[in-house]
Ligand binder design. Structure first.
Ligand code: GAR
Length: 208
């Protein structure tokens, strides 16, 4: 008897190092999942190459050829539904998703963000953390809701900020932690080990 694997879609816009971390964890059997779709809104995103290198189904959907954002998002919704995706992982996907999209996959969209939320939501957050003089930053995996970078937090990792850091060195140190906690968070969901309680994501207490 074969059991259906947990189906991931990974939405990307750039380098795809988080996608790579997920691929590596699947290939090492740390994650009992398959990536059914890698979708980019940027044509030359290196993440697409990474997906192809591993034989994955990769798609570039050009936002510019759709009359508006709603049409574009509907196209993505249809594609994800057609593939019976269990979990949508935003991995450097630089587009804010609309209400309809979020409602269509309620509780099934997660994101990785390069700061310790709720500090520094939005863009250029490594720069903002440096400019603010923070001594620590980090990364956060969270469920996606309608508030940008505001959904319930699944996992976080703390990263120190050193005096000599610049955006590049800090981003690199944060990314190293992203590559650890993103697969970990996906595993918690695959194994049905967490539940959302208001704003909090709690470990499920399992009997036996
Ligand atoms: C990562 O640092 C991720 O946290 C960030 O983009 C980078 C993508 O890197 N995401 C955001 O800033 C989302 N607001 P990658 O393409 O190498 O995975």
């Amino acid at each position: 008897m074969t059991s259906e694997k947990f189906k991931l879609a990974v939405l990307v816009s750039g380098n795809g190092s988080n996608l790579q971390a997920i691929i590596d964890c699947i290939e090492k059997n740390y994650l009992a999942a398959e990536i059914s779709l890698v979708l980019s809104n940027v044509k030359d995103a290196y993440a697409l190459e990474r997906g192809k290198n591993h034989g994955l189904d990769v798609v570039f959907l050009d936002p510019k050829i759709y009359p508006n954002r709603a049409n574009y998002e509907q196209k993505i919704i249809d594609l994800l539904l057609s593939k019976s995706i269990d979990l949508i992982c935003l991995a450097g996907f630089m587009q804010i998703l609309g209400k309809k999209f979020i409602e269509a996959f309620s509780g099934k969209i997660i994101n990785i963000h390069p700061s310790l939320l709720p500090a520094f939501p939005g863009l250029d957050v490594q720069k903002k953390a440096l400019e603010h003089g923070a001594k620590f930053s980090g990364c956060t995996v969270h469920f996606v809701n309608e508030e940008v970078d505001g959904g319930p937090i699944i996992l976080q990792s703390i990263v120190p900020i050193h005096d000599e850091d610049d955006i590049e060195s800090l981003s690199k140190r944060i990314l190293q932690q992203e590559h650890i906690i993103y697969p970990e968070a996906i595993r918690l969901i695959i194994e049905d080990n967490i539940e959302i309680s208001g704003r909090r994501v709690l470990r499920k207490i399992k009997e036996g």
